[in-house]
Design a protein around this ligand. Structure first.
Ligand code: ZN
Ligand code: ZN
Length: 349
């Protein structure tokens, strides 16, 4: 099968700085197209022929070493849509030809103290798709049938792909934020995940304030999707925020969101790594009056099983830019430069 693989951790963008200032080698094209043997499904697994795979900011963290893959070379990608091509022995959940999705959770142990309580996202032996195992920038993947999900019919393959991470983790962040119908939500950063989360929050009757780069495509999209106010991450919104979700890759917006919280409000940080520190907090301004700060780590199967039908019921329309698998390197640079409107998706034939 054809696959795009990462062989070496590297910087993928120089951004006007001299190359010598980087600790890592610079590579314009971090991923290489290669031929690999097609995986053979083990007992309980399904082999999926991939048709689309979304591009996630986490791939940048992997390539640039903030989230090091345990083994290289690696096929990245964890927003996978495809059809079941073959069944391993004892696999009974799907039939050949069924359309399925695969998310960031590739497997969990099922027996640790976290798994037993339904917190499999915190599992001691959590394996992430496209990080701990090969992912979706390829023509095929094998996965245990319990970690694949049916995809509602009203989404095309490319629309469905970003639902698998951007959508599911945004939904988890919304739930962890304690947001209730009619309350006020702040979204910091407006990329693949936030543009889906806003559609859920509007469906729940919430007021949504979006903090993103001034006069950007992202702000235009936020307005079109029903934002009640848009501003820069430095701005003070017209009302205090009952909940806020920070989707940005940097530290500063966490402090800004805490400052803008209502008493008893909560900020949830939806980022697997930050590229710099959260600046110093001042207790009275940022935490007093029972303000809370929480991260969202990984997803559970339950998150995906709840969110996918909800997305269909709401009629969520992911804004998608399509590319060919071979263009993955260009897409990653565009993502780093915030030039993707909505979500970037690779088409795989
Ligand atoms: Zn992701
Ligand atoms: Zn476990």
């Amino acid at each position: 099968m054809k696959a795009m693989v990462l062989k070496e951790i590297c910087e993928i963008e120089i951004k006007g700085l001299a190359q010598k200032q980087f600790k890592l080698p610079y590579k314009k094209e971090p991923l290489e197209i290669v031929e690999l043997p097609t995986p053979v499904p083990e007992p309980g697994q399904v082999l999926v022929r991939i048709s689309a795979c979304g591009v996630c900011h986490t791939e940048l963290d992997e390539i640039e070493g903030r989230l090091s893959p345990p083994v290289l070379p690696l096929i990245p990608g964890h927003e996978i849509i495809g059809r079941v091509e073959a069944l391993g022995s004892n696999s009974t959940r799907f039939r050949k030809g069924d359309r399925v999705g695969i998310a960031w959770i590739y497997s969990s142990c099922g027996v640790c103290k976290f798994c037993i309580k339904g917190h499999e996202n915190l599992c001691e032996n959590f394996l992430a798709t496209g990080l701990d195992t090969n992912g979706g920038y390829a023509q095929y993947i094998a996965v245990h049938e319990d970690f694949a999900y049916p995809i509602p019919e009203n989404f095309t393959d490319t629309q469905a792909a970003p639902l698998l991470c951007a959508g599911v983790i945004g939904y988890r962040a919304l739930r962890l934020s304690g947001l209730e119908p009619g309350k006020t939500l702040g979204l910091y950063g407006f990329g693949a995940s936030a543009h889906i989360a806003i559609q859920v929050a509007k469906y729940w009757g919430c007021k949504v304030f979006v903090f993103s780069r001034k006069a950007s495509d992202h702000q235009d999209l936020a307005v079109r999707l029903g934002a009640d106010w848009v501003g820069d991450t430095k701005d003070v919104p017209p009302e205090r925020l009952d909940s806020a979700i920070d989707f940005t890759p940097i530290g500063e917006p966490v402090r800004q969101a805490l400052r803008n919280l209502e008493k008893g409000g909560r900020v949830v940080v939806n980022a697997i790594r930050k590229s710099d520190f959260i600046p110093e907090l001042e207790y009275t301004e940022h935490l007093w009056y029972e303000k809370e700060l929480k991260s969202v780590a990984n997803v559970t199967r339950q998150d995906a099983l709840e969110f996918l039908p909800l997305a269909a019921e709401i009629g969520i329309k992911p804004e998608v830019q399509e590319f060919q698998l071979e263009q993955a390197n260009q897409v990653l640079v565009m993502l780093k430069q915030s030039k993707i409107r909505g979500a970037g998706v690779l088409l795989i034939s």
